[in-house]
Design a protein around this ligand. Structure first.
Ligand code: SF4
Length: 208
């Protein structure tokens, strides 16, 4: 056959190709999906709230088996943020306590330079009557719950200045004190001991 034969070419293009005829393209029927909720039925059943029983005990039974008071106390005592302010020579020992030698971070104690987020005030030094309003104001600016450590003899009862009229004879006359640390000045180890005593006190606190 000549390739350039026009009639032959037309005949070839109009003739059906050899082999089986193509199947018609009917869409396959989709399987009907019927969800089976039987394994989930227990979980999907509406919750029955028992009066007098905590909701979390219904929803997650066995997850929290200690009183919330204990969880809050554990959280609070493990993340103390003492405010960084000092009044006299005891403050130098307080600053030394915050250095890497003593690593207060391992106890969850992080010094913080603002009363707005601090929860521990360390009164480290002599509280003069001139400074007393500032100490009280700083305490009032701290959010609750908050605690106070009286560090050294001056803050506790006037120390060497017990005969001086211009010195407050104990910071507990201005604000409530939780822990007293003796010494003039107390060493950093004594302050750490005071923090541990405060943590024990916080762990035993109960809130209504
Ligand atoms: S207790 Fe002693 S070291 Fe501390 S502030 Fe008073 S005088 Fe200074």
């Amino acid at each position: 056959m000549a390739v350039n034969d026009r009639s032959t070419l037309v005949a070839e293009t109009t003739t059906a190709p050899a082999g089986p005829a193509p199947a018609t393209s009917e869409p396959l029927p989709l399987p009907v999906y019927t969800p089976d909720f039987s394994p989930e039925l227990e979980r999907l059943r509406p919750l029955t709230v028992t009066p007098g029983k905590a909701l979390y005990r219904e929803v997650l039974p066995g997850v929290l088996t200690v009183p919330v008071d204990a969880v809050l106390a554990l959280s609070r005592r493990s993340s103390l943020w003492p405010m960084t302010f000092g009044l006299a020579c005891c403050a130098i020992e307080m600053i030394a306590s915050f250095l890497s030698d003593h690593d207060l971070d391992r106890l969850g104690i992080v010094p913080w330079p603002s009363p707005r987020q601090s929860d521990v005030m360390i009164v480290s030094g002599t509280v003069t009557k001139k400074m007393a309003p500032a100490v009280k104001l700083l305490y009032e600016q701290m959010p609750g719950p908050k605690w106070v450590i009286s560090m050294g003899a001056c803050a506790t009862n006037g120390g060497p200045y017990s005969a001086y009229d211009r010195v407050v004879q104990g910071v507990d006359k201005l604000i409530p004190v939780d822990v007293y640390i003796p010494g003039c000045p107390p060493r950093p180890e004594a302050l750490i001991d005071g923090f541990i005593a405060l943590q024990k006190k916080i762990a035993a606190e109960k809130h209504a």
